[in-house]
Design a protein around this ligand. Structure first.
Ligand SMILES: *Cc1c(COP(=O)(O)O)cnc(C)c1O
Length: 385
């Protein structure tokens, strides 16, 4: 089976991890700081906070923006469930904004309409989480204008988008947001096994996220309730978690991120080749907003349903039977049983639901060969026929 995504682990990665394993610190040592610095240098952000995974990063990002019971968090229905669950962890109420029919990102027109209504109802969101779907940035400039007008905070879910650009600047620089989060799960662009990171330009928010990832404990006298009792003294000043990354993971990440540009370039080559090979088939290929440069985490095609006799499920099953590890990104979050129980219903976000009925993710990963890609294309031609 050709998988839809796959990590690339080199000898240098393995050496870097072994070096940490032989050192004095396998967790909370100096490698975390180095990896954090690498990410922040790449993004040109002031602060970066490494955590166990991106779900933790979303959780502490929401808490750092003081999201809590009675507050509202909005995100896209076409995302991994974690982008919405983080709001529920904080006791907030979740809602979704339908997607744009071309980018599959949050639709800014729909967001504006929903904000106008929410203002009339007194239910404006405190936090909005745009998701840079497949590695293509959302329309952050428009989002920031709306954030200023309606006084909400912005967390970019850039789990797909390390190495992506918006208006020629790195996603993660937080120019138009409060916090950006990245995932380093093995299917993402760069991996640490499990792992995540939050970037921000706000020192207070960064300090708070650092405390929250480690039990709410501080060693900084500026934040202490009492006078310091000397070296070794620490205070727990709020309720935090153990969301720390290990040095073992950070060593892998620091080694991997050196190949970030290479990875994205290789993904772009494969995408250009897919675009060429698939252009005659009855499909909608990924559309790119000229203000963005995608990191190409995913290559998603849409079936042109009236023109094809097969539906998505038939094409999907045929591809799997032919040894192609196609996938679906994503089942709309609001249709999940857990969200159904919260009152969400089929039909609430029609563009997201239409997208879901037509979308298939084809394999794409930097070590994919052209022969493998040809096999995917041949299987797709056969599956559509
Ligand atoms: C992968 C992913 C996450 C969660 O990342 P983890 O590191 O697995 O916790 C969140 N949001 C999106 C959009 C993702 O793709």
């Amino acid at each position: 089976m050709i998988p839809y995504g796959r990590q690339d682990i080199t000898e240098a990665d393995i050496e870097a991890v072994i070096e940490v394993l032989k050192s004095d610190w396998i967790t909370q040592g100096p490698t975390i700081g180095r990896f954090e610095q690498d990410v922040r240098n790449h993004c040109s952000a002031l602060h970066s906070v490494a955590v166990s995974n991106a779900t933790c990063a979303l959780h502490i990002a929401c808490l750092a923006l003081e999201l809590g019971p009675g507050d509202h968090l909005w995100t896209s229905p076409i995302t991994f469930v974690a982008s919405a669950n983080c709001g529920l962890y904080c006791g907030a109420t979740i809602d979704f904004v339908d997607i744009d029919s071309r980018t599959y990102n949050m639709n800014m027109g729909a967001l504006e309409k929903k904000l106008e209504q929410a203002e009339r109802d007194g239910k404006l969101p405190k936090v909005v989480i745009p998701v840079h779907f497949a590695g293509q940035s959302c329309d952050m400039r428009t989002l920031q204008l709306l954030a200023k007008r309606y006084h909400f905070r912005v967390i970019e879910d850039a789990s797909h988008a390390i190495g992506a650009y918006y208006e020629d600047q790195s996603v993660g620089n937080c120019r138009y947001s409060d916090i950006t989060i990245f995932s380093f799960h093995p299917v993402k662009i760069v991996t640490t096994g499990e792992g995540g990171m939050a970037t921000t330009n706000n020192t207070k928010i960064a300090d708070k996220m650092c405390r929250l990832r480690s039990h709410g404990i501080t060693r900084d006298p500026e934040y202490m309730a009492r006078d310091s009792l000397g070296p070794g003294y620490y205070e727990q000043i709020e309720l935090g978690f153990n969301y720390r990354m290990t040095d073992i993971q950070a060593a892998l990440g620091a080694s991997q991120i050196q190949r970030l540009t290479h990875y994205v370039e290789r993904r772009k080559e494969l995408v250009a080749r897919y675009n060429q090979l698939l252009k005659k088939l009855p499909l909608t290929l990924p559309w790119q907003d000229p203000a963005t440069s995608s990191s190409w985490h995913l290559y998603v095609i849409r079936l042109n349903l009236p023109k094809t006799s097969k539906d998505r499920r038939q094409v999907f099953e045929s591809m799997r039977n032919l040894g192609i590890g196609v996938n679906i990104h994503y089942i709309p979050v609001h249709t999940q049983p857990y969200y159904h129980a919260l009152g969400f219903r089929q039909g609430m976000y029609p563009e997201a639901e239409r997208y879901y009925s037509e979308a298939i993710t084809l394999p794409l990963f930097p070590t994919m060969t052209e022969q493998q890609q040809d096999k995917v294309v041949a299987a797709l031609e056969k599956s559509l026929a």
